[in-house]
Design a protein around this ligand. Sequence first.
Ligand code: BT5
Length: 237
Amino acid sequence: MIGEKLIRVPIIGSTNDFLKENWKLFPHGTVIVADVQTTGRGRFNRAWYSPEGGLWFSVLFKPRKNMRPNFYTKLSAVSIVRSLRPLKVEAKLKWPNDVYVDGKKLAGILTETIFEEDRLGAIIVGIGMNVNNEIPKELEKKATSLKLLVGEELERLSVLSMILREMNRALRVYSRKPEALTRVWKNMLIQKEGQLICVNVGGETLKGEIVQIDDESITLRIQDKTMRLSSLEIVDC
Ligand code: BT5
């Protein structure tokens, strides 16, 4: 069960780093949650703002079957969206796995893998969600919090347990049919096939029509060329 072992700490560098350093000591499904992270990270080593009041946690997966790490990222994204529905918060996913509400980022996911002797040792999924914390000025236009969306403070640990409940349910349902998870995930995406989007690829901005969306790549039609792009960031046009 995810969350059966739950570690709570008041302050830490990064919950992902903690599990990366200590994964051998803990069983599959261990969750660590911190009140504050001092060196919270996003993807590509970007800083993740993690002050008091937010929900900052990581989940340790030690899969027996050779599941792709991406399975756990999608599982987390889908579970977050579902866990918000009882709060009447209609979230969507910005490809690949950012959780957005009304055009602003509510939560982000950072998945990291650990290999040992060429074998997959563990997958760590870090989730950061703005709950009651303030949003700093520089992120005001791009980020939101549950408190802003719901209009009142929420108990962080009950939000955590709602997410973990959905993750456990999704794990039971989708472990044997990962393609069904991909379908559910795709339905939650803001980006749809046929849409015009702008992407940043290695510092260059490209505009094109989405031909196909996969979990690790997007195929764009740019003028008369079709390009399959994998290391990209969707940006405003
Ligand atoms: C993510 O990265 O969205 C993944 C964030 C994962 C954070 C969790 S918290 C628990 C665990 N421990 C960690 O150290 N990390 C994980 P990315 O897509 O790269 O988004 C980063 C960008 O989002 C930054 O460059 C900012 O523009 C913006 N950002 C930073 N802090 C934010 C926040 N609290 N809320 C919304 N946007 C934020």
